[in-house]
Design a protein around this ligand. Sequence first.
Ligand SMILES: C[S@@+](CC[C@H](N)C(=O)[O-])C[C@H]1O[C@@H](n2cnc3c(N)ncnc32)[C@H](O)[C@@H]1O
Length: 188
Amino acid sequence: MSKSWDKKLVEIYVEMTRDYQGPLLIDWILEYVKPGSSVLELGMGPGKDLEELQKYYRATGSDSAPDFLHRFRAFHPHADVIYMDAVAMETDEKFECICSNKVLMHLTREELKDSLREQNRVLTSDGTLLHTFWSGSGEEEHEGILTVSYSNEELKAIFQSEFEIVHIENYQEEAEGDSVLVVAKKRG
Ligand SMILES: C[S@@+](CC[C@H](N)C(=O)[O-])C[C@H]1O[C@@H](n2cnc3c(N)ncnc32)[C@H](O)[C@@H]1O
């Protein structure tokens, strides 16, 4: 299992992203997933995406770092947020969409494949996946946290073993084309 973020790392990330206005999942998801659908967000972190998703969807937030969950619950006591590891995905619930924003890149390539197998199990038969990654090649480790970058071709190959790719595009988070969005559906 990949290392869960500790309290110090959670605090650093919250500070680092406090005023950050990057692209959010809601900027894309409305095009692919009907409002009112059940949506599971993996690796919600501080919860900026979740706050927007909850306005349109029956959204459940999740993370494997308990400190992100405690922090979000302190501000949103009634929010639907749960502990979930993106690889083990220990749930019997089904969701019409599973999404994440810069999360699955913290898994090893093998863990990403395991996660997609689990996501296939947890997704409804006409369900949609929407995930973002850093674009590029190679891996780096910082403070014990792995980050893997992917080319579009590599992501296509990995997703296509379980899903049908609906859309893949590069977009800008910090520099032109530095990020990739993948939208995929269950095979019919
Ligand atoms: C770069 S942050 C992104 C947070 C948030 N999605 C955002 O856009 O600000 C990565 C997030 O992935 C979570 N994470 C890392 N590995 C995970 C795993 N195996 N399962 C679930 N969440 C994980 C971390 O706890 C952290 O919240």
